[in-house]
Design a protein around this ligand. Sequence first.
Ligand code: PLP
Length: 446
Amino acid sequence: MLISSDKPDSSTNGYSHYDFIPSTKEKSHKNGFSHPVKNGSIPTYAQVQTPPKELKEEFEETPYLIVLTIYLCYAVLMVFGYLRDFMRKSGLEKNFMAKELNREVSTLDIHVDLEKQVAEFLGVEDSIIIGMGFATNSTTIPSLVSKGCLIFSDELNHASLVLGCRLSGAKIRVFKHNNMKDLEKQIQSAIIEGQPRSHRPWKKIIIIVEGIYSMEGTIVNLPALIDLKKKYKCYLYVDEAHSIGAIGPRGRGVVDYFGCDPNDVDILMGTFSKSFGAAGGYIAGSRNTIDHIRVYCYNFMYATSMSAVVAKQIYTSMQIVMGKDGTNEGLKRINQLQRNTHYFRQKLKQKGFIIYGNEDSPVVPLMLFFPSKIAAFVRHLLKHGIATVGVGFPATSLTTARARFCISAAHTKEMLDEALSVVETAGRLIMVDYSRKPRSQENVIY
Ligand SMILES: Cc1ncc(COP(=O)(O)O)c(C=O)c1O
């Protein structure tokens, strides 16, 4: 039906174009202009306006037959959905094709296999995989908490966690880095005071931490955190981007490192971009939690699934770490990484550098302090074939610039020694061997 307003009819679209036509008195002045300063008044915008063009908007009811056909199509699709579920259960459907947009139609066998394997690796019921590590945090947290919930976030949490917290709409309180006393004090007062103004109890309280902190090389105090979360009935979210596949006797992250029960951590998050040499992230936990995330996480519902090639790479490297390839290559590499880490850290300390973090952490921050020294240090190393990451404000505070080394199991003793000698020269040249501790000459056993 075409809606055309030949006559002034204010009911068609809320107003009539006649509303814009100047009054008879105003019309008597050509062009709609009244004599501007005849009686000392300046014409208003409405007075100088010319009438707008007539509004024409088109609309036609959906034909009944089309509506019926669409609903019929949905019914047919639903029947095919049941058929597909049946075929999947009986192993008849292999799902060869991946389409974009919805994980429901873009999940390949390799994705399902990888999700099962991640859950097995971590010792929990279920997991989901997402194509990007950063988005794993930033889109999962909003699916877990919202307005009326409270997040306790470590002050040194990664940007992806910070973004996820902000997007969730929940209240955020920041506690001192890895400081359980400060955290407990804040939890207690949050529970006593409740939500701001209404003082209602918080819907959920969640503590968000990292396994190994990417800029500090510190390891989270997981046993103390588990005690706290149980004592105050909070949820616990641990980002294992730097710890998964790197620490613990079986390379299964901080839970493995401390010998804790993985079921005591509500959300286990990690990325595949470090130890697994690929890309993407995972969320693992109880079946109920993962089922919830599958439905409410934007990334899982709307983003393209992980590339099958990447998924296969992760699957295979995880099999090696788990010893499922029939060799002990994975275990050997985990032990090698620990050896390399201890050796490199100790040697750097002997050379007078200030090194932050836990001695088991393969993330090794060497303190430069002055932001102006970052480029000189990194460039000197690069000139001698050694890649390192210079980190300054805003990733650190203004006065704690540093260089970060990431140790690998693939490094040999010769490589480490060569790197140490270049770092030593750079350190003397740029004057960053600041440590005031006595420099031990003890032989470091490799
Ligand atoms: C703690 C932490 N979480 C998440 C991420 C994001 O992971 P990705 O780089 O794989 O997107 C990083 C990246 O370095 C990280 O350090």
